[in-house]
Design a protein around this ligand. Structure first.
Ligand code: FES
Ligand code: FES
Length: 157
C-alpha cells in the first residue's frame, strides 16, 4: 500500500503506480515537486536527497512500497523546519549556489545533519556531506554555511 505523507500532505498512489516505483518519480511527476533532482539514479550523487522521517534518503533508489506511512520532507518544505530555515539563510548569506543543480540535495543533507547534531565537527560535516557531489565545486562555501547555521542555532538567533 502506497500511502504516505509528503510535506504534511497525505499522498495515496496505491492505484496509479507500481509499488517498486522510485519515490523520486512520484515527487517529480505525480506531485510536481520538481525541486528534488535526478542526477545519477544510483545513489551516487545525492541530488535526489529528501528526508524520510527526518533521515536523509536517496529518493532515486527508494521504492514507494519501502516507505510505509513515513513522513517525507522535500526541499519545497525544508524552510518550515528549524534547521532547514537556518541552513537556507546561511546558504544565501554565503552565496553557496553556483549552477544550483546539486543544491537541493546539499541543503537536505545539511539540514538533516543539523537537526540531529547542532554542534557538528569538521569530521561530522565531511561524513554527512560526503555523498553529495557538486560539479561546480561549492564545497568550501557549503562547509562555511553549515558552520554559520550551527553557530546561529547555538546563539539562538
Ligand atoms: S539521483 Fe539519487 S543519488 Fe544521484
Ligand atoms: S552548484 Fe552546480 S553542481 Fe553544485
Amino acid at each position: 500500500m502506497a500511502i504516505f505523507y509528503v510535506n504534511k500532505e497525505r499522498v495515496d498512489v496505491s492505484s496509479s503506480v507500481a509499488p517498486d516505483t522510485p519515490l523520486l518519480w512520484i515527487l517529480r511527476d505525480s506531485l510536481n515537486l520538481t525541486g528534488t533532482k535526478y542526477g545519477c539514479g544510483m545513489a551516487l550523487c545525492g541530488a535526489c536527497t529528501v528526508h524520510v522521517d527526518g533521515a536523509p534518503t536517496r529518493s532515486c533508489i527508494t521504492s514507494i512500497d519501502s516507505i510505509g506511512t513515513s513522513e517525507i520532507t522535500t526541499i519545497e518544505a525544508i524552510g518550515t523546519t528549524a534547521a532547514g530555515a537556518k541552513i537556507q539563510k546561511a546558504w544565501r548569506d554565503h552565496e553557496v549556489v553556483q549552477c544550483g543543480y546539486c543544491q537541493s540535495g546539499q541543503i537536505m543533507s545539511a539540514s538533516a545533519l543539523l537537526a540531529s547534531n547542532a554542534h557538528p565537527t569538521d569530521s561530522d560535516i565531511d561524513d554527512a556531506m560526503s555523498g553529495n557531489i557538486c560539479r561546480c565545486g561549492t564545497y568550501v562555501r557549503i562547509r562555511e554555511a553549515i558552520k554559520q547555521a550551527a553557530k546561529s542555532i547555538e546563539q539562538g538567533d
